[in-house]
Design a protein around this ligand. Structure first.
Ligand code: FAD
Length: 456
């Protein structure tokens, strides 16, 4: 008699049933399946940069996404078990207590996540571990180079893959094997992660504007909201004008606003690409529609960049091994974080980020450049703050972009210094954005003491 195959599926940044190749593989191979999400975020476990792990908007988005996944799983007879704790300890205990034969997860660019995975594999040699690419447009085998040969800059990467076509999305799962009978009893002893907080908040109409004066996020987590946003976006003519407006500092309609759903895996990048192709066939293909693909390629590049460089993604001297003359100044850091620097445009951006967990790409570039250049701060503290508040936090895109701007990453041109006055004139000529986000309210000098420690 063949042994029953009992699987554990570890959801991470793939909180969806559509186009989920890892879950599909589990579905094909298993007799029974336990669907698990482990939350290691806790106000009591600060990151190495003394930042608590998650701001309120980020936590809410995640909880909404998990609650929606639970709903979608229960519609096909499964359920989601959400446990709190360190991923390695929790998964290890589950493996030991339930007779798991196979563990599945989606590919992850995170160095820490991969360390956990490797340690579990070593500890449980009799269990089969499966990792399947579902976060990206391509698999590494699709490229004409090995991961170790990933081109050193985005433009070289883009040219090298110009003849490669993204993978087509697969169909939505409508069936999964049942949960192992013993699971409920065994799991009763674990620390459950509460995903019910305010999950009832509705999805905001995408025709509203981030600048509507409402100082809370318009994003609502979950696969259902993400797919609705995808449909809504491509039903309009916005894709045809994307390139003209994408750089704006503000406004719901200017960029795609896919990133929070993408980062949590509520939306698949391949599904977005497929919707883009449909739009191009049915409506129009122009520079702007190409530019949506171009931006998705940035995300793709940073994923493979993080996979290649591992822990170097987080090192001060970056992949270039350069040591910037920057340091950590607690007062400057607090002023940047709280929107009370001498620079109104930076303050407005930081206030928006704090209130909503989101900031335009332009805003992110401005505040990161200010952090590195005007404040002379160690870029890693800025990246760690973004990690704690962004609802679209993605390990590869966040740390990769920060390295790039700090001049220690994938940019051949060295560090980027944005002129704050010019940026203000160009992107907020009427001061509307600064007024909305009260960038002028708490202007303060960067330091309250001079170089000799005398109060200013
Ligand atoms: C310092 C800094 C930190 C960042 N941190 C993150 C992060 O943690 N998570 C994240 O998803 N993006 C990050 N970005 C990239 C970018 O700012 C956001 O992806 C974008 O603003 C999200 O808005 P959107 O979905 O409307 O994207 P659009 O501008 O419409 O772009 C479409 C999609 O392309 C991808 N994309 C666009 N620009 C980039 C880029 N520079 N790098 C990687 N992917 C990109 C995103 O998936 C995005 O959803 C960061 C950028 C900077 C400068």
């Amino acid at each position: 008699m063949t042994q029953k195959r009992i699987g554990l599926f570890c959801f991470t940044n793939d909180l969806r049933l559509h186009d989920n190749p890892a879950l599909m593989r589990a579905n094909l191979l298993l007799d029974e399946l336990l669907c698990l999400y482990v939350s290691s975020s806790s106000a009591n476990s600060p990151s190495p940069y003394s930042m608590t792990n998650a701001g309120p908007s980020k936590t809410l988005f995640l909880q909404q996404s998990l609650a929606n996944l639970e709903q979608n799983l229960s519609a096909i007879g499964q359920r989601l078990v959400c446990l709190q704790g360190q991923a390695n300890e929790v998964i290890n205990s589950v493996l030991e207590k339930i007779g798991i034969t196979d563990v599945f997860r989606s590919d992850n660019a995170g160095w820490y996540e991969n360390q956990v995975w490797r340690a579990l594999q070593q500890k449980h040699p009799a269990i089969r571990f499966h990792t399947i690419a579902s976060h990206t447009l391509f698999e590494i085998e699709d490229f004409p180079f090995a991961l170790s040969e990933l081109p050193p800059s985005f433009s070289k990467f883009k040219n090298a893959i110009k003849d490669c076509l993204p993978i087509k999305p697969i169909s939505t799962l409508s069936y999964l094997p049942p949960q192992p009978a013993a699971a409920s009893e065994v799991l009763a002893a674990f620390n459950v992660f509460d995903m019910t907080l305010d999950s009832s908040r509705g999805y905001s109409d995408s025709s509203s504007n981030l600048s509507s004066g409402k100082k809370e996020s318009l994003f609502s987590g979950g696969e259902t909201a993400g797919l609705r946003h995808l449909t809504d976006y491509f039903e309009t003519s916005k894709p045809s004008h994307y390139k003209e407006v994408r750089n704006a500092i503000d406004g719901w309609d200017n960029s795609c606003k896919f990133s929070p759903w993408l980062a949590n895996g509520c939306l698949s990048a391949r599904e977005i690409y497929s919707a883009l192709l449909d739009y191009e066939h049915e409506r129009e293909a122009n520079d702007s529609t190409y530019w949506i693909y171009f931006e998705l390629l940035w995300r793709e590049y940073f994923h493979w960049y993080a996979s290649k460089h591992g822990a170097t993604l987080f090192s001060f001297s970056g992949i270039k091994g350069l040591s910037p003359l920057n340091s950590f100044y607690p007062e400057r850091f607090q002023k940047w974080r709280n929107g009370s620097t001498p620079y109104p445009i930076v303050n407005a951006c930081m206030n928006e980020l704090k209130a909503t967990g989101f900031l335009s790409n332009r805003g992110r570039q401005i505040v990161a450049s200010c952090f590195i250049n005007e404040l002379s701060m160690d870029w890693r503290y800025g990246a760690a703050y973004f990690e704690s508040v962004l609802i679209d936090y993605d390990v590869a895109s966040n740390w990769g972009n920060w390295q790039y701007l700090a001049g220690v990453g994938a940019d051949t041109r060295g560090k980027r210094h944005f002129n704050l006055e010019k940026q203000t004139q160009q992107f907020d000529p009427n001061g509307r954005y600064i007024e909305l986000w009260q960038g002028n309210q708490d202007l303060a000098p960067l330091d309250s003491v001079d170089a000799a420690d005398w109060p200013i």
